[in-house]
Design a protein around this ligand. Structure first.
Ligand SMILES: [Mg+2]
Length: 231
């Protein structure tokens, strides 16, 4: 098990032989992996749950995903408005309580060590109304990324973080960056007819039954790392 001098560190506890290392493909330096932000790199499920319970929208024993919480809140009186307020709160002042998606930072660091370029492309509203206060959700997200260690010269450089106003602009950005792969939690992004056909579509979905579509689906960043850049 000779690892001395091997430029590639073992992937999350996996070990490899020296010959394995020498046989590693070297094409990663041509790769540019684009990453979605909300519910891909940042996981809000727990924060949505906690704040919805706090506001009396959900029973404390509620079990479900962010989508289940949304559906539940929307069915309440003034549900649509309450859901929008809840989102503005979670994506704004409460974002610091959100967690990094499991394995995401390890994946990003490993990708960079392989020579892969990384970008983050997010379709995110800039401003949210919080009563009389206006909140910049993009600034809140940028701060979260810095704090999580995902934004910086060794991972995603500040200049490779893009916020776009619409899904169409997001897709245009992904295309103009020359991404070879894009990772997103929303099937709709990949099913959009304008999504460039040459880009590998990676769907991050923890749901057991993922609808078939023009993408490869994985339940976690750990799985994505194994499939894409483990060797
Ligand atoms: Mg998303």
């Amino acid at each position: 098990m000779e690892r001395t001098g091997c430029p590639f560190p073992p992937l999350m506890g996996l070990s490899y032989t020296r010959s394995h290392c020498l046989e590693m493909p070297r094409h990663y330096s041509n790769w540019r992996i684009g990453l979605d932000l909300d519910n891909t790199l940042i996981s809000y499920d727990r924060v949505f749950f906690e704040i919805a319970v706090e506001r009396g929208f959900l029973p404390g024993d509620f079990i479900g995903t962010k989508r289940d919480i949304r559906d539940h809140v929307r069915r309440l009186p003034d549900g649509e408005l309450e859901w929008q307020r809840l989102q503005a709160h979670v994506y704004g002042p409460a974002i610091s309580a959100a967690s990094a998606a499991e394995g995401a930072l390890d994946f990003m660091r490993l990708a960079r060590r392989r020579g892969v370029e990384l970008s983050i492309v997010s379709h995110k509203t800039a401003l949210a109304n919080m009563g009389s206060e206006q909140l910049n959700l993009r600034d809140a997200a940028r701060e979260w990324l810095r704090h999580s260690g995902m934004l910086g010269p060794e991972v995603v450089p500040e200049g490779s973080l893009y916020f776009e106003d619409t899904r169409a602009q997001k897709i245009a950005r992904i295309a103009s960056l020359g991404c070879t792969h894009f990772i997103d939690d929303l099937e709709e992004v990949f099913s959009d007819p304008t999504f460039p056909p040459g880009i590998e579509r990676i769907l991050l979905s923890a749901t057991a039954a993922v609808p078939a579509g023009p993408y490869r689906a994985y339940a976690s960043f750990r799985e994505i790392a194994h499939a894409l850049i483990a060797d």
